[in-house]
Design a protein around this ligand. Structure first.
Ligand SMILES: [Zn+2]
Length: 264
């Protein structure tokens, strides 16, 4: 039987990882027990699965814009991931996501509401912040705790493609993708606020106008409420977020300028 030995191995790994770690940009303490390499592998697999269902746009001004702002946001994050920024030809999908390990997808439908490069950078910065702050890892850890540690052999030590369907859905939901299964869980309010503020820092560091972040949420709020886009179903309260972001801009700009001034 492989399961008991897997369970023992997984328990040892968990024990070694201890309880808490810290989100670098905010200092928030959290539980995120899965090894980074493992999360990045899951991210790469989920990326292949999710992006494989749409044609990819690989040339033209929109593609060039995505690559350019992707490089700038990636550099601003300071993370040494194997970054990928794919633009998917999906005019009816208003959505974007970023997975562990820096795998980012933008559905072309969202370009209508982002409107300009800084607006798209606001979306990408927010999504990338979910990945760099390891919100997927934290959600998977909380699922693990809720389900009891006996589930770890199933969740942690099988690759995504080999997982039973229900566990694959759990993992995809925790990573913030998996719309095709109807399991795209919204991140918690705490994770959303954290991604908003980290994303704002990335915008400032990357040299984009941070005012585009609240403007983006205001445009989201103005979209047809009878047919809310996918992005809005997992990101509620757009006007409240716009106001919180607008209030945070002076402080974050000052802090980032201070870091630049003393950082060299
Ligand atoms: Zn979010």
């Amino acid at each position: 039987m492989r399961r008991p030995s897997l369970f023992l191995a997984a328990s040892a790994v968990l024990g070694a990882l201890a309880a808490c770690s810290i989100v670098g940009e905010t200092g928030r303490s959290r539980v995120a027990w899965f090894p980074e390499d493992y999360m990045n592998e899951l991210g790469a697999q989920a990326y292949a699965q999710e992006t494989g269902t749409f044609p990819e746009i690989k040339s033209g001004p929109q593609y060039e814009m995505v690559q350019r702002l992707g490089r700038r946001i990636a550099a601003a994050s300071g993370q040494q991931y194997e970054w990928e920024f794919k633009l998917l030809d999906a005019p009816n999908v208003l959505n974007a996501f970023a997975l562990p390990g820096g795998k980012v997808a933008i559905y072309s439908g969202i370009l209508g509401v982002t409107q300009n490069e800084a607006g798209l950078a606001a979306v990408v910065g927010h999504e990338v912040a979910h990945a760099t702050a390891e919100h997927g890892n934290e959600r998977m850890t909380l699922q693990l705790i809720q389900q009891g540690l006996t589930s770890i052999a199933d969740i942690a030590l099988e690759s995504l493609f080999e997982m039973p369907q229900t566990e694959r859905e759990n993992v995809l939901g925790a990573l913030g993708v998996g719309a095709e299964y109807g399991v795209q869980l919204p991140f918690s309010r705490e994770h959303e606020s954290e991604a908003d503020l980290i994303g704002l820092r990335y915008l400032v560091r990357a040299g984009y106008d941070p005012e585009e972040a609240p403007r983006l949420w205001e445009r989201m709020a103005a979209l047809n409420p009878d047919r809310p886009p996918q992005f809005m179903s997992t990101h509620p309260d757009p006007l409240a977020r716009a106001q919180t972001l607008r209030d945070a801009i002076p402080r974050i700009v000052a802090e980032e300028r201070g870091n630049t001034a003393t950082g060299n």
